[in-house]
Design a protein around this ligand. Structure first.
Ligand code: UGA
Length: 423
């Protein structure tokens, strides 16, 4: 099928590349010329496991990138995959969705074939019907008989997005009419997974609810972990026992420094905002965010308890990315930790296998090291903030510290003498 994808960010790029891999003819429309050049040269502008291989395989054949909307004229499906960043009040900023819809409508003005517009971005319920649909139809001067609308949320995890796309656990297709939904179901036929057909608003809400539930599992585990630490009980043993209940499940029960990234904090805040607009008082969701905000303070408090005042102390922060296998630092729990350490007068030495260049832009004045050994040398304390598997192999490196006070915010170091944030 001929597919255009508006937005070459992480979701648009992975989705477009994987559709090309499935045999479709894909054009990614992106306003940043640097990204267009990179994609057309087969070089991913972001790091994502396995993406470079797939880009190399498909670029110039079934995959192209362009700044203009020309490809839309012959597209059978057009995906909108632009950002919905949070506004200062936590609600989703839909200005990119609106402008993409209008540009898309204009590009569809002189076409005659039926086309389906698919919203991939995470958007509040009602957006596809009340914002995207009227903007596209108005700009195109067409009716819904000529352009169909679908909401098809993504469930890709950064660092594992290619694998998640090619081996999904479900596909959700919300549509206002069966013809539009059928066409989108067709592009996924090779994937052989359960497909849920529903309406536009339910599909939009499924995405928010999935992320809010996963974030709730994490904050719940963190609260239990905080209680367990006080009672001298290992929360990981507890959650192992709890997760064996199939009604609960073993995944996303890892207690630690809390959730970061570009999705959970943003989507839970947007859902809180939506709830309040609807006249509800979302106490549970607000607590999920509150527990998450508080976890970084706990790791600092534990450090202070062990080494006293932080002023003038050398503190190694291992892990800057919001999780392993990515260079993304958005809402990383390392950010508030470094902020507080600096405010309290500590000298921060930092190491991460991938995320140093991104963190340098945010904190240009802390000391970045090219190895864990470099960061640990002479340190009075060490905080582990990301679950990088390579940290689990650390051993002799800790002997380089002046004082061996090590506190992990992720359960990754398999050493008994190491204290955990909530274990
Ligand atoms: C998340 C969801 O997992 C995806 O299904 C969804 O598609 C995506 O958001 C999105 O909306 O685009 P992602 O943010 O890439 O994916 O990362 P996760 O692997 O979910 O991790 C999020 C954060 O939670 C990380 O900071 C991680 O360290 C933390 N986490 C995860 C825990 O603290 N404990 C856990 O048990 C699991």
């Amino acid at each position: 099928m001929k597919i255009s994808v508006i937005g070459g960010g992480y979701v648009g790029l992975v989705t477009g590349t994987c559709f090309a891999e499935l045999g479709h003819d894909v054009t990614i429309i992106e306003i940043d010329p640097e990204k267009v050049r990179a994609i057309n040269n087969g070089k991913p502008p972001i790091y994502e496991n396995g993406l470079e291989d797939l880009l190399g395989k498909n670029t110039g054949k079934r995959l192209h990138a362009s700044i203009g909307y020309e490809s839309v004229a012959s597209a059978e499906i057009v995906l909108i995959s632009v950002g919905t960043p949070p506004k200062p009040d936590g609600s989703a900023n839909l200005s990119y969705i609106e402008s993409a819809s209008t540009s898309l409508g204009k590009a569809l003005k002189n076409t005659s074939a039926y086309c389906v517009v698919v919203v991939k971005s995470t958007v509040p319920p009602g957006t596809t019907e009340k914002i995207v649909r009227p903007a596209v139809l108005r700009a195109a001067g067409k009716t819904e008989k000529e352009i169909g609308f679908v909401m098809n949320p993504e469930f890709l995890r950064e660092g594992r997005a290619v694998d998640d796309f090619l081996h999904p656990d479900r596909i959700v297709i919300g549509s206002s009419d069966p013809r539009a939904g059928d066409r989108v179901a067709e592009v996924y036929t090779n994937l052989r997974v359960p497909v849920l057909r529903t309406d536009l608003t339910a599909a939009e809400m499924i995405k928010y609810t999935s992320n809010a539930f996963l974030a709730t599992k994490i904050s719940f585990s963190n609260e239990i972990g905080n209680i367990c630490k006080n009672l001298n009980i290992d929360v990981y043993e507890v959650m192992k026992g709890v997760g064996l209940d199939p009604r609960i499940g073993p995944l996303f029960l890892n207690a630690g420094a809390g959730f970061g990234g570009s999705c959970f904090p943003k989507d839970v805040s947007a859902l809180v905002s939506l709830a309040k607009e609807a006249g509800e008082n979302p106490v549970l969701l607000e607590s999920v965010l509150a527990v998450n905000e508080h976890q970084p303070d706990r790791i600092i408090a534990l450090l202070e308890k062990r080494i006293g005042t932080l002023s003038g102390k050398r503190i190694a922060v291992l892990g800057l990315a919001f999780k392993d296998n990515t260079d993304d630092i958005r809402d990383s729990r390392a950010i508030p930790v470094i902020e507080t350490l600096v405010k309290k007068g500590a000298w921060v030495t930092a190491y991460d296998p991938m995320a140093i260049p991104n963190m340098q832009r945010l904190f240009p004045s802390i000391e970045y090291c090219s190895s864990t050994a470099g960061a640990l040398t002479g340190a009075d304390g060490c905080l582990v903030m990301t679950e990088w598997p390579e940290f689990s192999r650390l051993d002799k490196e800790f002997d380089l510290m002046t004082h061996k006070v090590i506190i992990e915010g992720r359960r990754i170091l398999s050493r008994k003498e190491i204290e955990g944030i909530c274990w």
